[in-house]
Design a protein around this ligand. Structure first.
Ligand code: HEM
Length: 439
């Protein structure tokens, strides 16, 4: 078996230089791939993940060798926070939870949420006045949170948005990569009070839903109601699923929406085309699923944004036993990462990989469909993103609504890729907004 390349000597310096220049760990990873190839090992004290890039190894980790890898690592903050949430469970427990939740996220259910996607966006944009400068990273988080609570939990989150803003951000910071990666016992800022406030809220909505279901004898078809009605789910297990969906389901969408607006902002031609399309296809009332399908240019913008800035830029696993990936040895318990970000920029599979080019996803043009497993913004195989359909319909509805209602202008300023729980445009996406004459 070939041994895994690691960094040393001159390539090591080149990687450090790239990280310093771009102030980004991702730039370091990209430089490592350039020097070491599509499989390599990071060898920091206490942190030695094996990183794989490209369709063959993605397919291996996600599908063919799926059973060799585990998600759960007890010492990781994400496991401590989500406890027994779908995202951090393995084996039968994972598959059972997935079976319970998946029906609430099928396309038919998602299409039933389009009105809510539209109305929640309006709630946010009602606060914008002509000539305002807004930070789309903040505004899109508001929209994504209102949407998630309204659709999956059937809860009106407007009265609680402000109060729970800090606790939600604290939960995201808690699981973001940091010193704990190299030093699991590293002292960390205590977020006890904020996390307890969020828990308190989640347990309250669970209790209230149990009471209202018992009183009316009726069960809704939203996720919270389905969980409450399930005989094997106690309040703790439901809290774990709600927190999982709350974080996985809104922080990712926030990043996608903010990056998409940023990409439109730096490409005025694309902004003009997406705006013209939204105004030709949409009207003042919430759109039908067919209308959203007609937003074919916006669709390519969303796909291209997910290629360049995948909100989940890396998939994390732990080897369940000694194994191998496409000929490379992987010892038991070693952390394994499949890099979505680097796969999406692999010059072997993408022409001019760093360029924003929505046309590469245009089905009417040559190409149109990337090679299988070269494009994995939602992962793949049985553990792919449970909210993939939800996220894509949501993105089209929210962006379509904004483009229909507003003329946008990106303000100058450096934006960098921040590796938090998701890949975010930091320090934010500042845009000037004017209500369009059509809305
Ligand atoms: C742009 C938006 C989104 C992106 C890019 C995204 C990306 C991903 C990726 C890459 C994975 C697989 C990670 C892995 O293999 O380790 C995943 C899993 C997951 N996602 Fe998403 N996601 C998005 C939106 C959502 C939404 C809206 C929800 C909930 C409504 C959601 C809930 C989850 C959950 C619960 C899992 C774990 C599934 C399992 O282990 O069975 N995500 N997501």
């Amino acid at each position: 078996m070939p041994s895994l390349p690691t960094l040393s000597g001159l390539p090591g310096l080149a990687v450090l230089r790239a990280m310093g220049r771009d102030r980004s760990l991702l730039a370091g990873l990209a430089a490592m791939r350039q020097h070491l190839g599509n499989a390599f090992q990071i060898t920091l004290p206490g942190f030695k993940p094996i990183v794989f890039v490209g369709p063959e190894t993605n397919r291996h980790i996600l599908v063919t060798g799926r059973d060799d890898f585990l998600w759960r690592t007890e010492s990781d903050p994400v496991t401590k926070l989500l406890r027994h949430g779908l995202l951090v469970e393995d084996g039968e427990s994972h598959d059972c939870l997935r079976g319970v939740m998946e029906p609430t996220l099928q396309r038919a259910q998602v299409n039933g949420h389009i009105d809510a996607f539209w109305e929640c966006t309006t709630t946010v944009t009602d606060g914008w006045t002509d000539g305002d400068t807004v930070d789309m990273l903040v505004e899109m988080r508001k929209a994504a949170l209102l949407i998630l609570m309204e659709t999956l939990f059937a809860v009106d989150f407007r009265p609680d948005l402000e109060r729970l803003w800090r606790p939600i951000l604290a939960s995201i910071e808690y699981i973001s990569p940091g010193a704990w990666l190299v030093w699991p016992g590293a002292p960390r800022a205590s977020r006890k009070a904020e996390l307890a406030e969020l828990d308190d809220y989640l347990y309250t909505i669970i209790r209230e839903r149990r009471a209202s279901c018992a009183e009316t004898g009726q069960t809704g078809d939203d996720l919270l109601s389905v969980l409450v009605a399930h005989p094997a789910m106690d309040d703790d297990l439901i809290r774990d699923q709600l927190l999982t969906m709350l974080i996985a389901g809104h922080d990712t969408s926030t990043a996608l929406l903010a990056w998409a607006l940023f990409m439109l902002g730096v490409h005025p031609d694309a902004l003009a085309q997406a705006t013209a399309e939204a105004r030709a296809v949409l009207g003042p009332a919430p759109p039908t699923p067919e209308q959203l399908k007609e937003l074919s240019f916006l669709d390519t913008v969303i796909k291209e944004t997910l290629r360049l800035y995948p909100p989940i830029h890396v998939g994390n696993r732990r080897a369940g036993h000694d194994t191998e990936v496409e000929g490379y040895p992987v010892p038991q318990d070693n952390r394994v990462m499949y890099s979505i970000y680097l796969s999406h920029r692999d010059p072997e599979h993408w022409e001019q990989p760093d360029d924003f080019c929505p046309a590469r996803f245009d089905r009417s043009e040559k190409g149109g469909t990337p090679p299988a497993f070269a494009y994995v913004p939602f992962g793949g195989g049985p553990r792919n993103c449970i909210g993939a359909t939800f996220a894509q319909v949501e993105a089209k509805a929210v962006l379509g609504k904004i483009l229909y209602d507003f003329d946008l202008e990106l303000l100058p300023g450096r934006v960098h890729e921040h590796m938090g729980a998701t890949l975010e445009p930091r320090p934010g996406v500042k845009m000037r907004v004017w209500r369009s004459r059509k809305s």
